[in-house]
Design a protein around this ligand. Structure first.
Ligand code: NAP
Length: 327
């Protein structure tokens, strides 16, 4: 089957507005923090631990700490040298576990080679595991028990719900089966009554599978992996990928007439950030599409704030909960 391109610009996919939804979640988080402070004298506190000097990690951590400050949460940034051993990092994590005023402990991944990532994640007190990666929280999620949910998958669900995309009964295809995105997002959508298929690197004739989807979620880590032939006309497409594009010809191919700003970024800082979905091709076929940047990435950090607030409530036995209508 050949998917027909839509003929003109007005028929391009509507944007699934991650920025708008992230702002909404942040506004609610700020209200929740203010209420926790005034009603209970509690200020949720997040500690982010970073090991080594990877510049991308440094930016992510700075953004998290800055957002805490903006919303009124307490925050700390612990920066450790690249030579930090597993034992030393375990000690740091354990000391944060012991500090009662700390509600969330996040160790920024990836860790340098040689540090045992699983041991570190498992050492975080599950009640402070605001990334939702601890096996106890993963298990609780699978059993549909209350838990701290992983931020990116929970953010994707929030985006779909708040943008009015019908999940119950929909055919969902998730491309990618990682522990942090593919598997948990598939599970969360299954819990919302979608019929879910997961594709991965061993899937045969992948386009035949992805074209069945009403909602296609892509978390592969390869620029332009999903093209027009993978998408059913009118489908909702969520692009989780974050890839650096450096080649100007590729940028033109990706963005056509709208490549100007992207080319400027490549010339000025060496790259432009793109997802796993070819924006021009898929934009012409899909009904709705998340932009990159401005889509899922913004939600991930907003959901981290929400998890930190939730951890503060759960750890302190505070029952109040934001009207759950949306998320
Ligand atoms: P990952 O752990 O590398 O997993 C990639 C998945 O893609 C794997 O399951 C792999 O299959 C599958 N895959 C690779 N090549 C494929 C192929 N040719 N056909 C079908 N499937 C293929 O990546 P991840 O951590 O899930 O991240 C995926 C992307 O999302 C990355 O670009 C990452 O930067 C981005 N991301 C964004 C956010 C955000 O906040 N926006 C958060 C997390 C991740 P196998 O299992 O068979 O190897």
């Amino acid at each position: 089957m050949v998917t027909q391109f839509k003929e003109n610009e007005s028929e391009r996919a509507r944007k699934l507005d991650g920025a708008r939804v992230a702002e909404e979640i942040k506004r609610e988080a700020a209200e929740d923090v203010a209420r926790l402070k005034s009603a209970y004298g509690v200020t949720p506190r997040l500690v982010v631990v970073r090991v080594g000097d990877d510049p991308a990690s440094a930016v992510y951590v700075r953004n998290k700490v800055r957002l805490c400050e903006e919303l009124g949460l307490g925050s700390e940034h612990v920066a450790l040298p690249a030579e930090t051993t597993t034992a030393e990092l375990l000690e740091v994590v354990e000391s944060l576990n012991r500090r009662d005023e700390v509600d969330g402990v996040l160790v920024q991944l990836p860790l340098p080679k040689g540090v045992d990532e699983s041991r570190i994640i498992e050492a975080i007190d599950p009640s402070k595991d605001v990334d939702g990666f601890h096996p106890i929280n993963v298990g609780r999620m699978m059993l549909r028990q209350p838990s701290l949910l992983p931020c990116t998958p929970a953010g994707i669900v929030e985006l779909l719900v708040r943008e009015g995309v019908e999940i119950a009964g929909a055919r969902v295809c998730v491309v990618g089966r990682s522990n942090i995105v593919g598997r948990p997002v598939a599970e969360l959508l299954l819990q919302r009554d979608a019929t879910v298929t997961i594709c991965h690197s061993r899937t045969r004739r992948i386009a035949e599978v992805t074209r069945e989807a009403d909602i296609l979620i892509v978390a592969v880590g390869r620029a332009s992996f999903i093209r027009a032939e993978h998408v059913r006309a009118g489908a909702t497409v969520v692009d989780v990928g974050m890839n650096k594009l450096t080649d100007e010809d590729e940028v033109r191919d990706f963005f056509g007439d709208e490549a100007g700003k992207r080319l400027k970024a490549v010339r000025e800082r060496g790259f432009t950030l793109v997802g796993d979905v070819h924006p021009l091709q898929v934009g012409a076929v899909a009904g709705r599409l998340t932009p990159v940047p401005g889509g899922v990435g913004l939600l991930t950090v907003a959901m981290l704030m929400r998890n930190t607030i939730q951890a503060a409530r759960l750890r302190r036995g505070i029952e109040e909960e934001r009207k759950k209508g949306k998320g």
